[in-house]
Each structure stands twice: as C-alpha cells, then as structure tokens.
Design a protein around this ligand. Structure first.
Ligand code: ADE
Length: 338
C-alpha cells in the first residue's frame, strides 16, 4: 500500500512543489471552503489585521497543507510549518512562538498529536497572545509572561475527534471540513498536473487514472507520475489509454482504486469472519495490519465506496464488497448486510 495511500510519502515533496496550486483560482474543488476563506481573508485585510485562527480537518491528501500555503500567499505572509509530533517539549513551542514576526502564519499539521502539556500553553497564546513559561524548579520556580506578536494559527488534522474541546473552540476563524473530490474535479486536477509535468494525456487515460484515485488529488498525482514513467520508458510523450491501463495494472490497482491490501482486508473480513461484524482489533490481528492504519488509511475509502460499514458490533462487509470481490454472500451474512 504505497501508491494509493493518501498519507504523505517521501517522493511527494518534490512533486507537490511543482503541482501545488499557487492561487485560489488554480485550486480545483472545495468550493465552499474556498469561498469562506476568501471572505475571511478580504475582511481581515480590510481591517489590517491577521486572520483569525483556522482549523482544517478531513482525510489525508485532500489539500489541507496546500490551502494553508495559499492563505499565506494571498496575505503575503510568512508561513512557518511544523507538526504535532515535532513539538515535543514546551521549549520547542516557546521557541517557535517567540520567533514569529507580526502577521506570520503558523501551520501545525497533525494537530491531534500535540501533547496535552503543549496544548495548554497554546490556549493563552491563541486567545490573548501571551506565553506563560515557568522558569526554574521547586520553590524558586517562577512564571514569566511573554507577549507574542499578532499571528494566525492554521491547524490541520485527520482526526478531529482527538482534539481536546478547549483547543477546538479556539478556532474563531472557522473549522473547515475538506471533502473528497468529485470525479470531474479529479479529472481536471489530472489534466492540470499533466500540463505542468509537460506530458500529453488522452482523455480516456485521464478517466482511468481518475477512477483509481480514491477521490484524492495526492493519489491522482502519484498515479499520473507512474503513468508518465511508463510512457517515457515506452519512448512516448503521450499517455495513451493503453499505457495508462498497462501501468495501472502493473501497480495492481483495480478499477475501483483498491490495492492489494484493501482487497486483503475485505477478503479476510469475508472469508474468515463471514463478512462480520468483527471488532477492529480482531481484524487488525487477522490481517497483520495496525489498528490505526486500518482505521485511518484503509477504512475511510472502503466506507466511501460503500464496501465496509463501522457498526457498534464491529466492521461489516457490505453486499457491494462481496460482489466486487466475487464472493457469494452467505445466507446468514446476507441478513446482516445493508
Ligand atoms: N493539485 C493537488 N490538489 C489540487 C487542487 N485541489 N487543485 C489543483 N491542483 C491540485
């Protein structure tokens, strides 16, 4: 599971730089979020104030980081990028915050992984721009309060339920949920990316890649790049439908965008547990995958396709999943299916 895993991977970085939209106009999809952000930006600019703190959430690969960069660009503000797990100690956060210049944007990715102690320092920094730090230990310890420059926090998370409610309530500029892209939007993104990569692509090839992109731009761009490699090796500067299909077949990605691990999870659920319901831990043990990976990486898309349901009694494969994998739904399982 590398190609269709929407989480960031090493090779994405250089790719993202080339393909990342440079303006809201270039950014395809997420219309409602974009419209809200434009108003927020214009209003703040008219008041000559930094915009209020913003939270983005939703599945990986849908453009949370890109939007943060676009906001910074639009405001001509500097953006400092960090992530929840990178801020290990209170001192790390203090150093980031005290080094901000007025109007800067601080982007914290994976905000659900901030440790609680750090979160608590962050609250007053967000609310009243003051940083309370304790210096020394024991009876001689004292608290000093530093005033911070006006700044905007943009936080992003794939797991909003894991953010503490005091933190969630501090995003007065809004909390925005990014949605999966439509098929047509993914097609437009592939066409735009192909142009930027300097390769021609047949409309039919665009459709074949789009079908397997999990409604996620990061995945479509990655698959496009693989197809480009394939065409190049075939000495062609055009991705034909035939090249695309051959390349995608080589990657073992089926027409619904499932990779071997997705199919293995569904097959395990179906053949070992009669389609479920089965608890997440049991499913994780039976597939040798981690609970978290199943929950964050595989399940969102399987649910999106209507192949899997999360129920109070566990995970359930739907009729659609049985059909897709060409299993006959057992009679007793059918009654449990939706
Ligand atoms: N590349 C990645 N995401 C994109 C988007 N939303 N619009 C245009 N190009 C993109």
């Amino acid at each position: 599971m590398a190609l269709t895993n929407p989480k960031i991977q090493k090779e994405d970085n250089s790719l993202d730089q080339t393909l990342r939209p440079q303006s809201f106009q270039e950014y395809i999809g997420q219309e409602n979020v974009k419209n809200n952000l434009k108003i927020l930006i214009q209003a703040a600019q008219e008041r000559s104030e930094p915009i209020e703190h913003i939270l983005f959430y939703g599945p990986p690969g849908l453009g949370k980081t890109t939007l943060a960069h676009l906001i910074a660009r639009e405001l001509r503000a500097q953006i400092k990028v960090t992530s929840g797990p990178a801020i290990e100690r209170v001192g790390d956060l203090a150093s980031i915050l005290t080094n901000l210049s007025p109007g800067d944007i601080l982007f914290i990715d994976e905000a659900h992984r901030l440790n609680k102690l750090i979160e608590e320092i962050l609250y007053p920094a967000l609310e009243s721009r003051s940083l309370d730090i304790v210096i020394g230990k024991g009876p001689s310890a004292r608290t000093i309060q530093l005033e911070l420059p006006p700044f905007t926090l943009i936080a992003a998370t794939t797991r909003i339920a894991l953010l503490s409610s005091p933190l969630r309530s501090r995003f007065s500029g809004g909390t925005y949920r990014l949605e999966y892209y439509s098929f047509a939007e993914i097609e437009s993104i592939i066409e735009r990316s192909a142009k930027l990569l300097g390769i021609e692509i047949e409309k039919e090839a665009v459709g074949e890649i789009a079908k397997r992109s999990r409604f996620t731009p990061r995945v479509s761009n990655r698959l496009l790049k693989r197809c480009r490699d394939f065409a190049q090796v075939e000495k062609s500067d055009r991705i034909t439908a035939q090249f695309a299909l051959q390349a995608l077949d080589l990657m073992r990605i089926d027409p619904m965008g499932l990779e071997s691990t997705d199919r293995m999870i569904l097959n395990t659920l179906i053949s070992k547990f009669g389609g479920g319901p089965v608890g997440l831990s049991t499913l994780a043990a039976a597939t040798s995958e981690e609970r978290e990976t199943i929950e964050e990486v595989y399940e969102p898309y399987l649910m999106q396709l209507g192949f899997l349901e999360r129920t109070s009694r566990g995970r359930l494969a739907t009729n659609k999943a049985f059909e897709h994998l060409k299993h006959k739904a057992p009679v007793e399982a059918q009654s449990k299916l939706v």
